[in-house]
Design a protein around this ligand. Sequence first.
Ligand code: ADP
Ligand code: MG
Length: 270
Amino acid sequence: MGNAALLATEAEHKQIEPVSEPAVIRLDHVHKVYHMGDVDVHALRGISLTVRKGEFIAIMGASGSGKSTMMNLIGCLDRPTRGTYILDGQDVSGLSKDDRADIRNRKIGFVFQGFNLLSRTSAMENVELPMLYAGLTATERHKRSTEALTRVGLAGRESSHPNQLSGGQQQRVAIARALVNQPAIILADEPTGNLDSRTAVEVMEIFQRLNREQGITLVLVTHEHDIAEYAKRVVVFKDGKINQDYPITEQRDAAEELKLLPEITDDDDD
Ligand code: ADP
Ligand code: MG
């Protein structure tokens, strides 16, 4: 092969190599030991994981394998016993509780299985809550909250209370709440666990749209393979370690599937 040809192939090779996005999460040999009286529970046994900006990861694994422990660490709700955690370029492994709370409010959006909305409070006020802690003005809170509710398809439902909304709508309020502080990552622990199958696809459609259109980084725990296939990468836990880590080659497309799923006719007016 002549030099010119060699250069050409190198150039082509460079082009197809994916440009590396910055790491949002970098866990390096992370261990977590819970001390229960005289007993030590070794919940994480050396986890190393890098998640780059714009990734969409599904975490799977048997009950007790360490998934929630890792989500708690990633979400700065807890800190590792050993090892380091770099969140968005900052080493947060040794931060105090107050400093972690501050980082958490700025960098992380949470979505839970049980929605965790305040029941006596409107959709709008639920979404405004994280901004209240962040000290934004009422006008800014109102504006961002309205925008976030629109992004999840709930324009017009701002004043509804959780008990006036379906499960899927409540989860969408929770997603809007997770979005408002423009976090570096959204963490979702079994977000479709309490939803019927069509509603689960609707929620996955929102996650896929946020990921594709706005490059939001998502880490989602699920027990269901069907749900994991909406992600781009699957990480499987076993006995406190990462047992498998593979890309989803044929990502399911929730928006396409919704077109084919029959509408459920009920008193929802959206
Ligand atoms: P998963 O979410 O995969 O079901 P967890 O991370 O909840 O797994 O649990 C991993 C292990 O750590 C289990 O043995 C569990 O009993 C233990 N564990 C989890 N949280 C605590 C805690 N707060 N105190 C003591 N042990 C815990
Ligand atoms: Mg769990």
